[in-house]
Design a protein around this ligand. Structure first.
Ligand code: NAD
Length: 337
């Protein structure tokens, strides 16, 4: 039996409690939140789960094997550090930490202590992203050349992080998972229409070492909800529309080829209409897959899909994007680690 404690029972915490509770041989032993009213909800729905407002109880409770942290971003680093030092495996909500240095410190600590450190990049476990990964690794898409994602709607305005830190971890981690390429630099712009100066609309461009160009459009201020991603390769382009109930993925034949006309020293583009393929997707709940991946890492030592590396690569891009936004959109090199 693996005993798990979940810290933070706000908007996302209940989804984690529900999914971890449904895994055989896993018990959600304790839920910690600073707000009594949230703990009353836990007590009503999970009578066998202990509740507490005192986080320090956790560090001395030797029956707890793993801690899941679903609190605001600025608390991830101090809570995860305490959990690791108390000998617990740690699952952190996205984004992993508020700085690259904090992520590196946690990674070093988890390795030294031999504990799992994982990040909940939920989307990596969706049937749609798994299908995209299959299509790319099997070579059907060809060499990936561009990536374009739009994630906009009327969102919960966060107080401590801007819209990129809140929404882009989903898309950045998906691209990191799909192409396994090294990001080199970013340009980002953003605007705050809120009194606290936190950007509610932002555009991020990332240049990768193998010449992939990626663009991310994130907004909390759009009355229209769009969750759309394009991945273009030289054979196929994948369109992932998460607003579609079932046909979330469409695969298009790449609709142009470029031929070099040596004689006239110019490039000719030949447009054509190709076929469209709509693969069948499974219906597994992504968060359940993520929770099971974490438990497998704890019990078997396997490397999870959303490993600390995925978390770190995402933070490297976010930190550089923050610098770029504050410098008027100039190109910022991504910190090597
Ligand atoms: N994976 C996903 O798709 C997904 C979706 C939403 C949110 N999240 C992430 O989950 C985290 C929490 O987001 P949320 O929307 O649930 O926030 P929230 O504000 O709704 O909930 C956070 C909860 O943590 C509690 N809390 C704060 N500090 C605490 C502390 N020191 N000890 C114990 N409890 C504390 C608060 O009382 C609150 O109930 C964030 O990192 C967010 O990015 C992930």
């Amino acid at each position: 039996m693996i005993n798990v404690a979940i810290v933070g029972f706000g908007y996302w915490g209940p989804n984690l409690v529900r999914n971890f509770s449904s895994i055989p041989d896993v018990q959600v032993k304790k839920v910690v939140d600073l707000r009594e009213e949230r703990l009353k909800v836990v007590a009503q729905n999970y009578p066998n789960t202990e509740v507490s407002t005192n986080i320090d109880d956790l560090w001395t409770d030797t029956s707890i094997d793993a801690v899941v942290i679903a609190t605001p971003v600025f608390t991830h680093f101090p809570l995860a550090k305490k959990a690791l030092l108390a000998g617990k495996h740690v699952l952190l909500e996205k984004p992993m930490t508020d700085t690259v240095d904090h992520a590196l410190e946690l990674i070093e600590l988890s390795q030294k202590l031999g504990k799992v450190l994982m990040v909940d990049h939920t989307f990596l476990y969706t049937p749609a992203v798994q299908k995209m990964k299959d299509l790319i690794t099997s070579g059907q898409v060809g060499k990936v050349k561009y990536f374009d994602s739009t994630r906009i709607n009327l969102g919960l305005i966060q107080q401590d992080v801007n819209v990129l830190w809140d929404l882009a971890p989903h898309d950045i981690s998906i691209l990191d998972y799909l192409v396994n390429d090294e990001p080199v630099s970013v340009n980002a712009t953003g605007v705050s229409h809120i009194h606290n100066g936190v950007e509610n609309i932002a555009y991020l461009t990332v240049n990768y070492s193998s010449n992939i160009l990626a663009h991310f459009n994130c907004s909390w201020s759009s009355p229209v909800k769009i969750r759309m991603m394009l991945v273009g390769g030289d054979e196929k382009m994948i369109v992932f529309n998460d607003m579609e109930p079932t046909e979330k993925i469409r695969v298009y034949d790449t609709a142009h080829s470029v031929s070099s006309d040596e004689d006239r020293r110019r490039v000719l583009v030949d447009y054509r209409v190709g076929d469209v393929y709509i693969p069948k997707l499974g219906s597994a709940e992504a968060l359940s897959g993520m929770a099971r991946d974490f438990i497998a890492a704890v019990t078997t030592g396997s490397t999870p899909i959303a490993s600390w590396k995925s978390g770190l690569n995402t933070i490297r891009i976010l930190e550089a994007s923050q610098k770029s936004i504050k410098s008027g959109g100039v190109e910022i090199k991504i910190q090597n680690v």
